[in-house]
Design a protein around this ligand. Structure first.
Ligand code: TZP
Ligand code: MG
Length: 214
């Protein structure tokens, strides 16, 4: 599910600003992202039918490149589109309810901020954990204070088998510490979305991992 180093790209139309989100996604796919999450949130976020149409276009692109298509928060949309995965935060639907709704055919990711939340998420059927913000982020208005990589290390000690994806302010230049903490992947919005050359930026992120490919 997560070959190390996984580059997990997250995007919604509000993140893209003036840029074409589908072009950004295709460039990122060409650059070698391993996962894509549609996270449609914030000002002018798409809803209803326009969200569904946009999601279908993202899904088709992901299929073309053989990359799992994951939907943030919207369990019903994930179910309707038969997405490859769904991701929920602590304030979203309960992981156990999501698992019951989507069954075993879908990857389930849960955002956690502590060993306790990680234990609960795993107990409730999470396949992977999102942990952050590692560094400062401008992409999530209600983000908690950055925690660095210490929480990843704690979760990895307690649950060595659980894939942990670091998130929050991660760039090709600061990713190494996240890999060293034992993350299976890094989740990124702005460093990819705002890159001058998206393909190259993704390649740099892959290259920031110096360990064995696992
Ligand atoms: N959850 C924790 S930080 C964050 C989310 C969704 C935003 C990550 O975006 P960026 O731009 O890579 O810091
Ligand atoms: Mg959420």
């Amino acid at each position: 599910m997560f070959t190390k180093p996984s580059i997990y790209y997250i995007l919604g139309t509000p993140n893209a600003g003036e840029r074409d989100p589908l072009k950004l996604l295709e460039e990122a796919l060409k650059g070698g992202i391993s996962h894509f999450q549609l996270r449609e949130k914030g000002m002018n976020a798409l809803t209803g039918q326009s969200l569904k149409e946009f999601a279908l276009k993202c899904q088709a692109l992901c299929r073309k490149y053989g990359v799992p298509f994951i939907i943030n928060d919207d369990v019903e949309l994930a179910h309707e589109l038969n997405a490859d995965g769904v991701h929920v935060g602590q304030e979203d639907a309960k992981a156990s309810d999501v698992r019951a709704r989507v069954g075993d055919r879908m990857m389930l990711g849960v955002s956690v901020h502590s060993v306790e939340e990680a234990a609960e998420a795993i107990q409730n059927g999470a396949d992977y954990l999102g942990m952050g913000p590692i560094y400062g982020t401008k992409s999530k208005s209600d983000a908690k204070a950055p925690s660095g990589v210490s929480k990843i290390i704690q979760v990895r000690e307690r649950f060595p088998e659980a894939p942990v994806i670091g998130i929050g302010g991660i760039t090709a230049d600061n990713a190494e510490a996240v890999w060293e903490a034992g993350a299976a992947g890094i989740a990124v919005i702005s460093a990819i979305t705002e890159a001058g050359n998206v393909q190259e930026e993704v390649q740099k992120m892959v290259a920031s991992y110096k360990g064995a490919i696992l």
